[in-house]
Ligand binder design. Structure first.
Ligand code: 5AD
Ligand code: FES
Length: 346
């Protein structure tokens, strides 16, 4: 598919035409990654953050109760994930250096010695030496969304801190060189995001040959500069991408068609916009992964990246049975094993 065709689909509103897009994405998904839906247990290990992202509720300036999980709590969550048959745990946090290099390395080693899990990290823009150390300790995968391919919009929504230039694309290339399975993605409908920029985002997914691609709608958080409308970039209203559920499905579907082998989650942000059917629609329009939340309940509501997040009041066990039910309800199967990227050899 060409960039112009992508642009055409992003602007398409005819429901019958869109059915064609869903069907095409679903057929590619079925042929290339099959009917299995892989479960990744998400552990939100800390909500401290040094960054000032204009969209995110965890930004350093936001007043909220901060927590960092204990090592033993994290390991217990990982063991629980393994007992549920999940193939992967994802340890995610704000970017925070109270999480030390060695502390994470020790936890990685312990989880690896106790379980057959793949370990995915999502800990922000850490120095290369951390990424090297954690790979050596046994980490398998790393998630770092580039959020937008437009340098000017990126600078606006994701300011540099401590005068260190934020260059996520460079880090993604480094992760690939270190042999991490590498994941990235964007938010859809960020104020100031145009159709052109979003088409470029999808082109960049293919260019980077990503193993995992997470996309979800932007959800306005009232205590952030973007949510309050304090940080803005003027764009022609006809060029602004809407932060809708429909647009998110379009991007999931186009991502599957452009990056057929990628593992693509049906994200929590999508489930937040449509609590009844968002996950299922994502899975039927290109996605093949879900990330059930394993974070202990007492911490969940504190990891408020955006408001009304799905799964805030549920337990790990509840999310497990909820996800399984959703997967079976659409005639799909639960993936076995680690569910890494399978290259089909071109
Ligand atoms: N709405 C939607 N997604 C968000 N994220 C952060 N803040 C928001 C928001 N307000 C996404 C970012 C980040 C991921 C962990 O969550 O893309 O990389
Ligand atoms: Fe958590 Fe459905 S996955 S409640």
């Amino acid at each position: 598919m060409t960039r112009d065709e992508i642009l055409g689909w992003l602007r398409e509103e005819d429901e019958a035409k869109l059915e064609e897009l869903w069907a095409r994405a679903d057929a590619v998904r079925k042929e290339i990654v099959g009917d299995e839906v892989h479960l990744r247990g998400l552990i939100e290990i800390s909500n401290y953050c040094v960054r000032q992202c204009g969209y995110c509720g965890l930004r350093a300036d936001n007043k909220l109760t901060r927590y960092r999980m204990q090592r033993e709590e994290i390991i217990a969550c990982a063991q629980e994930a393994a007992s549920y048959g999940y193939g992967t745990v994802v340890m995610q946090s704000g970017e925070e250096y109270g999480i030390t290099t060695d502390w994470i390395a020790g936890i990685i080693r312990e989880i690896k010695s106790l379980t057959p899990l793949a370990i995915t990290l999502s800990l922000g823009e850490r120095p290369d030496s951390d990424l090297e150390c954690w790979k050596e300790a046994g980490a398998d995968r790393y998630l770092l969304r580039f959020e937008t391919s437009d340098p000017e919009l990126y600078k606006l929504i994701h300011p540099d801190v401590a005068c260190i230039l934020s260059d996520r694309v460079r880090i993604l290339k480094k992760l690939k060189a270190l042999k991490y399975e590498t994941g990235s993605g964007v938010m859809i409908g960020i104020p100031g995001q145009t159709y052109d920029v979003l088409a470029n985002d999808i082109m960049l997914f293919t260019e980077l040959d990503l193993d995992m691609i997470g996309v979800g709608p932007y959800i306005s958080h009232p205590s952030t500069p973007l949510g309050k409308g304090e940080w803005t970039r003027m764009v022609d209203p006809s060029e602004q991408v809407p932060a809708t559920e429909l647009m998110a499905y379009k991007v999931v579907a186009l991502t599957r068609i452009m990056c057929p082998e990628a593992n693509i989650p049906s994200t929590s942000a999508l489930a937040t916009l449509n609590k009844a059917k968002g996950r299922e629609f994502g899975l039927q329009r290109g996605a093949n992964v879900v990330m059930p939340n394993m974070t202990p309940r007492k911490y969940r509501s504190l990891y408020e990246i955006y408001p009304s997040k799905a799964c805030i009041d549920e337990t790990a066990e509840e999310c497990r049975s909820c996800m399984r039910g959703r997967i079976f309800s659409i005639g799909r199967t639960v993936g076995a094993g680690q569910g890494g990227r399978i290259r089909r050899g071109k």
